[in-house]
Each structure stands twice: as C-alpha cells, then as structure tokens.
Design a protein around this ligand. Structure first.
Ligand code: FAD
Length: 394
C-alpha cells in the first residue's frame, strides 16, 4: 500500500464513517475508508437501531434528530441495500405521577420546537399493548421515530459510497499520523503500509481519542458500556419501540427512584421488536473501560426491569446477549468539528447512544464542511473547542 494517496481518508468503518463516506463520495470526492476490522465491527453492530427524537433534549438536539430522520427517509429510497427501515413512532411510559408531570413538560417543550409529540393516558397504553403492566399511568409518543437494522444501514451506506467510487481498506489499523505542512497532506501509517491524504475524518467512535493523540489532539470521548438481550417473540408484546421515562433520567445521569442495583448499572427499559421477529431488550449504562464481556448480573437486572413493565416477558426465551461501548461525551452531544490546529482535519465521533439516529445528519454535515458549503444545521454546539471553553481539558 506504500505510496497510495486518498483525497479524503475516513478512519473508522462504523455507521458514522460510512455515512461520511457516502455523502462525501456523492459530493464528488475520492474517499477511502480505513477500518481495522470489518465494517460495523465496533459499536455499530453492538447496539439497537432506533432513529429517535423522543429521548433528545428539546431544542437543538431534538431538531438535529428530526433532520436526521428526514435524511434516513431519503436514504431508504436511494441506498442500494434495504436496511429494515420502518417508522412506527415510539413511546415512553410513566410509572409515577412525578414522571407524568415531567413527561408533560417534555412534550410541551418538544412541541414548542415543532416536533410531533403527544401525551398518552392509561387507555392509550392499553390500546398500544395489552401486555403492558396495569399500574402504568400513561406516557408520551413521538410520531416520527423510526427504526433500522444498524448493521445493514452501515453496509448499505458503504455500498452507496462505492457506487460513487469510494474504496475500503479493511483489516487496516491506523497506527500513526503526521501533518506535512510543506505539501499540505496527512501521512497516515497503518499496519499495511503508508497512505497520504488531503483530508482526514476521524470517525473512530470510542477509539477517536487514540487517533487524535497521534496529532497531539485531546478528544474527550469515553466508553460507556451498554448491554442488550435478544429474546424470542413468542407473543406480540408490543408493535413498536417502548422505553420507560426513567431512561431519560439514566441517559442524562439524573437520580431515579429505583433499587440500588438498577441505579448502579443505569438500567432502564428499552424495548424494540425487530423485523426478524425477535425483541431487543435493554439497556444499561456503565463506565468500565473497553471491556465488552457480558456481565450476568447486569443481564438479570435488565430482565427484571423488562418484566416489571411487561409481566408476560417472564415467559419469553432468551436467545443471546451482547454489550457495546457508547462513545460518551460530557454534554451528550457528538463532536462534529473542524480542528483549529490542522487544516482539513475533521472529527465525527462521540455520539453516545445516538449514533444510529444521528448518522445521516453527521455524514451530510461533514460532507458540507469538506465541500465548503453551509452546513444543513448549526454546528456551533458540536465544535471540539466547546470542551476547552468549559475547562474540560487544556
Ligand atoms: C447497547 C447500545 C444500544 C444502542 N442503541 C442505539 C440506538 O438505538 N440508537 C442510536 O442512535 N444509537 C444507539 N447506540 C449508539 C450507537 O451504536 C453508536 O453511537 C454508534 O454505533 C457509533 O458509531 P461510530 O461509527 O461512531 O463508532 P463504531 O461503530 O465503533 O465505529 C468506529 C470504527 O473505528 C474503527 N477503528 C478504531 N480504531 C481504528 C484504527 N486505529 N484504525 C482503523 N480503524 C479503527 C473500529 O474498528 C470501528 O469499526 C447504542 C449503543 C449501545 C452500546
């Protein structure tokens, strides 16, 4: 591979790297994706596939998600491989009066931002599914929420990029990088040789900080582990995505009224019926490094939580479990940003539990930064240097 040149080198073949490759190749650039394993071998195959606005902070975050939902709708029409796209909306369910009041505030704020939210009462929940626990008080719905198979969407994005000339270097690990100012190029060392590039996009998810360090950049992304259970659909428990309202509290690191183990592992019900007729049941949130081994204590805690909301779930067969690493940032927003010190170097990482939802808008915005067009959304809140301003690092 020594001596080869890429106009745009995308490091990381997860859903974000492949979305960046798709939109950038479509814009007429010659794109090379460098991936240390297979496509989607990182977090993008260790997750579930929700394209949600329901769990986004009202305002910038939820509007960015809505934009991404619209783009995914377009992708469903233009990409070469179907990716199990459906858009049935999703719901959050409430256990207490306090949650119902917080849900009303959430709906009011989202509606004020123009999103299609509405409150649900007990009757709505019964009409939603007769398997939901009888004591639930109600909840809320976001009508535009959709779902995909994240693994298939990653592959489909790359296949789409390939039709515009993109290439993939798989089993190729980036080991070092320099910027050569005399010829305005990046020199990228890999285990399979050296590559030069005019543009670099760091899409390495939880490994983005390691890639950043090669140029002495501090990228404050940390792995936040999450477990999922795959269960067989013996009964039609619910037709679409259901989460407990406490999921929002867990996601944003707020206190909940649950038992100590549920709190410790950040467990909150996330339920998703898949097109392949299984259920994905989650989830947990822990900072335990890069280990993705399944922890039975956490799995049991997730199963107990699922049974609390769907008592019939105790009769379902468990097929398998897995865990993945969410690329977490302190303010729960991704980093989609140029870098002051290095021309034509971009970061697109740190999407925590929202990388599937935000893949399309991220890919589109990075392609706009590369082509020099005005980004489709305001990207100020996504800049790397926001952390500097907060004093997170020097
Ligand atoms: C349990 C769980 C459930 C989730 N559910 C959802 C959901 O429903 N909806 C949602 O929107 N998001 C969800 N997420 C989050 C989502 O999965 C991630 O945000 C997303 O997959 C991140 O994609 P990525 O491309 O940034 O990272 P990755 O998919 O990890 O891709 C990064 C790639 O970089 C490669 N790489 C790393 N280092 C190098 C190197 N040195 N050289 C070359 N290649 C390298 C890796 O091999 C990897 O393939 C969930 C996550 C978890 C853990």
């Amino acid at each position: 591979m020594t001596g080869t040149h890429a106009q745009v080198a995308v490091i990381g073949g997860g859903i974000i790297g492949c979305a960046v490759a798709y939109y950038t190749a479509k814009a007429g650039f010659e794109v090379t994706v460098i991936e240390k394993g297979e496509l989607a071998s990182g977090t993008s195959s260790h997750c579930d596939g929700n394209i949600l606005a329901i769990d986004k902070e009202p305002g910038f975050d939820s509007k960015m998600s809505l934009k991404s939902q619209e783009l995914v709708d377009d992708l469903a029409k233009e990409l070469p491989i179907p990716f199990e796209y459906r858009k049935p909306g999703s719901i959050l369910v409430c256990e207490t009066e306090e949650e119902m009041e917080a849900a009303e505030q959430w709906v009011k704020r989202q509606k004020a931002e123009g999103l299609p939210f509405r409150m649900l009462d007990r009757t709505d929940l019964k009409n939603e599914s007769r398997y939901l626990a009888d004591d639930l008080l109600g909840g809320l719905e976001c009508a535009t929420d959709s779902t995909v198979n994240p693994y298939l969407l990653t592959y489909s994005l790359f296949e789409g990029a390939k039709t515009y000339g993109a290439r993939l270097l798989k089993y190729t690990t980036v080991t070092n990088m320099d910027y050569e100012s005399k010829n305005a190029q990046y020199r990228i060392e890999t285990n399979r040789g050296v590559l030069t590039a005019d543009y670099v996009v760091n899409c390495a998810g939880v490994w983005a900080p390691t890639i950043g360090k090669m140029l002495d950049l501090t990228i404050p992304i940390f792995p936040r582990k999450g477990h999922l259970i795959v269960a067989s659909r013996q009964l039609p428990v619910s037709p679409r995505k259901v989460m407990e309202f406490g999921y929002l509290l867990s996601k944003f690191g707020k206190q909940r009224k649950v038992d100590p183990e549920t709190e410790k592992y950040g467990v909150a019900l996330v339920f998703e019926p898949t097109q392949s007729q299984n259920f994905l049941i989650g989830s947990s949130r822990e900072f335990v490094g890069y280990d993705i081994a399944v922890d039975w204590t956490v799995v049991k805690c997730i199963a107990r939580r699922a049974i609390r909301f769907y008592p019939k779930m105790s009769e379902m067969l468990l097929i398998r479990m897995y865990a993945g690493l969410r690329p977490w940032t302190e303010d729960h927003l991704p980093i989609v940003s140029a870098v002051d010190r290095y021309p034509n170097y971009f970061i697109a990482a740190g999407h925590e539990g929202d990388g599937i939802s935000l893949s399309a808008v991220t890919g589109k915005v990075v392609s706009e930064l590369i082509t020099g067009n005005t980004p489709s959304i305001n990207i100020e809140p996504l800049r790397l240097d926001r952390f500097n301003k907060k004093g997170v690092y020097q």
